[in-house]
Every structure is written in structure tokens, then in C-alpha cells.
Design a protein around this ligand. Structure first.
Ligand SMILES: [Zn+2]
Length: 450
């Protein structure tokens, strides 16, 4: 039984899918005007792991994450670079897709964009206007927040408090300072014709439309970073209540932010760390290890020494896994990774699953991986270990790594490499230690662990 901390109820709840054995997961994606930074990548890694665990648990998973390709940031950046908004957003959609791959993310089932959904978005806003939940002033369309008594339900903010809050922009056109823009009248930057004149949609509508497109109704899980709770997700919920009398998803999940010695990462502070550079430096497995070794709802403090530690910790996993593979490759020479599907349900497997079922407690799942490593290393020292047991461990190890998205790709040794290792073994059994040491150096140089 999978349990999820539902941000909507602020409680741990048993996950009950809308359709048995199916889960629809929608996660707010990036605004495509720049490369992915480490902060953007936390929800990417975490929700990919969520999707993986659902698949592992036998669910059919539909995982959708959008690209926001219409936004003031995109329009301004395109202007600066003297290129079209489309050229800019297409470039970064490509770049971000590359980063998803680099992070070893499963392919999403869809990555809808705003520009592809303009008609749907206009129709949706029109529905809100017709239902009297939105109003038009000089070609702008605003959502009438006062009509929704649950407004602010996710972040726990009341309209009164928000009005008092000084961050709300003053706009004399609006009925209520908290009302948010659904359609912004403009002829500057990319714009479309609409029943209210030329303009473009505000940010908060796209996810309501795109997530509903998946099934035509409620979805199971809506996710994103905790910074999106307000206003983005509360505004999404308000629109969905107005249009369809539902809260979009049965479960809302939010990952914590990443901070840098207590500071927020931002370009103005000059402490932006780009995902690509870091993945290239440490490998995707250590990168994911860093992200998954902290409970997802907690803030993650990013420090160089923690990244280095993740590299060291992952190397332990890597070595144990490869040694296991090599043992099977040498001692038995007929290892077939796909061969063993049936597994003995080990205690460790139970623990791993229990950790993941407990609101995706990835740090505890990683602890199970280390327990398995301990057993592996012990067994590898045992000469009389059975092939079947090694294979079982190998499969279990592979499963854990798959769920965490930290798969290790190993090349089988070539015939020459095999020969080299065999002669090292021979030299060792002949007690020709000088020769054995030399061969061992040669083997190590080739990056082969034995
Ligand atoms: Zn969204």
C-alpha cells in the first residue's frame, strides 16, 4: 500500500487510484527560456523516481509534464537576443529534453506546451467568463477570486490576509486586488486573437487545461516544487473548482526547495549551479543520489562537500555492483541479466519497498541498497557461493537501482580482457606475485574491477 503526504489535506493518506492499477501524474514543468539549474532539477529527479516506483509496483503510469513556452520571461529574453519567442523556446525545449535524458529520466508520456494549447486555453477562459467566475476589463480577463470560498485552500492563505499583504500589485481595474490574470491584453510580443481581443494567457491556466486533457477529468497526482503552492497551484485549484467543481487531483505533492547555506539560489545572487555541468562532473547516479538521499519534502542544502560525499557513496554502490557482475561473468561465464525474473523475496526487498511506499522515503530506500551491498561484499569473499544466489542478488540490486534511476551500465569484458583476467588468476594461483601484480595494474588501468 503506497502512502502519500497529500499537501491538500496536510496528511499522510493511502493512495487510492481513480482507475485500479493506473496512475495519472502531472508535474509542472519549466519555463523554457534558459538551461535547467539544479533547483529546477529536484522535482524532475524526484517525480521521475515516483513514476518509476509506481511502475515497479505494477501500475500503468501516465506521466505528463508541460513546458511553459509563453511567458514574459521568454518574451523579454527573446527581445534581448533579437530572436523570435518560438526560436528561443524551441531551443530550450530541446536542451531541457537533453538534460532529462542525462538525468536518466523515463520518457514522459507527453510534454504539452502553451502554444499548442491556445485554443483549449481560450475556450477554458471563455467558460469561466460565461460561468461568471471571470470578468473582462479593457480586453484583460481576471479570475474573480471572491466567488470561490475555498480560495487558498492549498497554501492555507485567506483572501483577507492576502489583501492586507503588501506584495499584491495595485491594479485599480480589478474588483479585488487578489484577482489574477487569465488573459492579458497586449499586442507586444507573441499574441493571439481571442474573444476579448489580442493578447496572451496568464501562467495559471495552462496546467488546469493540460492536466485535464490527459483523462478529461480528475487526475491522481499533481506535483511540483513547494514554491508553486501559492499562487500557482492555489490559482489552478480555484479555476478548476469554478469550471468543474473539482480540485484537479486527488493528491497534491510538493518537493522542498534547494538552498545554498540558507540562501535562495538566484541569478542576481550569482550562485546558480547548472544541472548539465554538475551531471557531467559527477555522473547522473551521484547527482540523483544527492537529490534522493534527503526526504523530498525537506529543503535540500546544496554544498560542494555533500556532492563529493554523494560521489563517494555512489562509488561504493558502483564497485559492489560491478564486482558482483564480474564474479558472475568469470566464475560462470554465462551470465544473462534478463534471465532471472523470479526472485526470492528477501527481507531487504521488503524493507526497500516499505520505504518507498512510505511517502517515497528515498533515503531509507538507499539504506536498503547499502544493506544489500554489505551482503554482496561478504558473499563475494566466499568461495563457495552459489551462482543462483549471486544471480538473485544481482537482480535485486538491479531492481533497486532501476527504481532510483541509478542504473549502472556495464560492458561485458572482451575476449582479450577475459584472457588478461584469467592470466592474472593463473599467476596468483601459481604464487607468481610479481607477474600477478603487473597484470593487476594492467587490469586496473583498463577500469575493470575484479
Ligand atoms: Zn503548473
Amino acid at each position: 500500500m503506497i502512502k502519500i503526504y497529500n499537501s491538500l489535506s496536510n496528511k499522510i493518506e493511502e493512495f487510492k487510484p481513480i482507475i485500479k492499477n493506473n496512475v495519472i501524474l502531472y508535474v509542472c514543468g519549466p519555463t523554457v527560456y534558459d538551461y535547467m539549474h539544479i533547483g529546477n532539477s529536484r522535482p524532475v529527479v524526484f517525480f521521475d523516481t515516483v513514476a518509476r516506483f509506481f511502475k515497479y509496483s505494477g501500475f500503468n503510469v501516465t506521466f505528463v509534464s508541460n513546458f511553459t513556452d509563453i511567458d514574459d520571461k521568454i518574451i523579454n529574453r527573446a527581445k534581448e537576443k533579437n530572436i523570435s519567442e518560438e526560436e528561443l523556446s524551441q531551443k530550450f525545449i530541446k536542451e531541457i529534453n537533453k538534460t532529462y535524458k542525462k538525468l536518466n529520466c523515463l520518457q514522459h508520456d507527453a510534454n504539452p506546451t502553451v502554444s499548442e494549447n491556445i485554443d483549449n486555453i481560450i475556450n477554458f477562459i471563455d467558460l469561466l467568463v460565461k460561468k461568471d467566475n471571470a470578468y473582462v476589463i479593457n480586453g484583460d480577463v481576471y479570475f474573480d477570486v471572491a466567488k470561490i470560498k475555498e480560495y487558498g485552500i492549498l497554501s492555507g492563505q485567506s483572501i483577507e490576509k492576502l489583501i492586507v499583504g503588501s506584495r499584491i500589485e495595485k491594479n485599480l481595474n480589478k474588483k479585488n486586488p487578489v484577482d489574477f490574470t487569465l488573459w492579458k491584453a497586449t499586442t507586444e510580443g507573441i499574441n493571439w486573437d481571442s474573444p476579448w481581443g489580442k493578447g496572451r494567457p496568464g501562467w495559471h491556466t495552462e496546467c488546469v487545461v493540460m492536466s485535464r486533457n490527459i483523462s478529461g477529468g480528475l487526475i491522481d497526482i499533481h506535483g511540483g516544487g513547494s514554491d508553486l503552492k501559492f499562487p500557482h497551484h492555489d490559482n489552478e485549484i480555484a479555476q478548476s473548482i469554478a469550471a468543474y467543481n473539482n480540485k484537479i487531483a486527488n493528491y497534491w505533492m510538493h518537493n522542498g526547495r534547494i538552498d545554498f547555506s540558507g540562501e535562495k539560489m538566484s541569478k542576481s545572487l550569482g550562485n546558480v549551479i547548472w544541472a548539465n555541468e554538475t551531471i557531467d562532473k559527477v555522473g547522473y547516479q551521484a547527482y540523483r543520489f544527492l537529490m534522493l538521499n534527503v526526504p523530498y519534502r525537506q529543503p535540500l542544502s546544496f554544498r560542494e562537500d555533500l556532492l563529493e560525499q554523494a560521489v563517494i557513496d555512489f562509488e561504493k554502490i558502483n564497485r559492489a555492483f560491478i564486482s558482483l557482475f564480474r564474479k558472475l561473468e568469470f566464475e560462470y561465464n554465462d551470465v544473462n541479466i534478463k534471465e532471472v525474473k523470479e526472485l526470492v523475496l528477501l527481507e531487504i526487498k521488503k524493507e526497500f519497498i516499505a520505504a518507498m511506499e512510505d511517502d517515497f522515503n528515498t533515503p531509507n530506500a538507499i539504506t536498503s541498497v547499502f544493506k544489500l551491498i554489505k551482503i554482496t561484499n561478504k558473499l563475494l569473499r566466499n568461495k563457495n557461493i552459489s551462482k543462483d544466489l549471486l544471480k538473485e542478488i544481482y537482480c535485486l540490486f538491479s531492481e533497486f537501482l532501476w527504481v532510483l534511476g541509478m542504473e549502472i551500465k556495464i560492458n561485458k569484458l572482451t575476449t582479450d580482457e577475459m584472457k588478461l583476467v584469467q592470466s592474472w588468476k593463473q599467476a596468483r594461483s601459481n604464487k607468481d606475485f610479481t607477474k600477478a601484480d603487473n597484470l593487476r595494474d594492467e587490469i586496473t588501468k583498463k577500469g575493470i574491477f575484479i
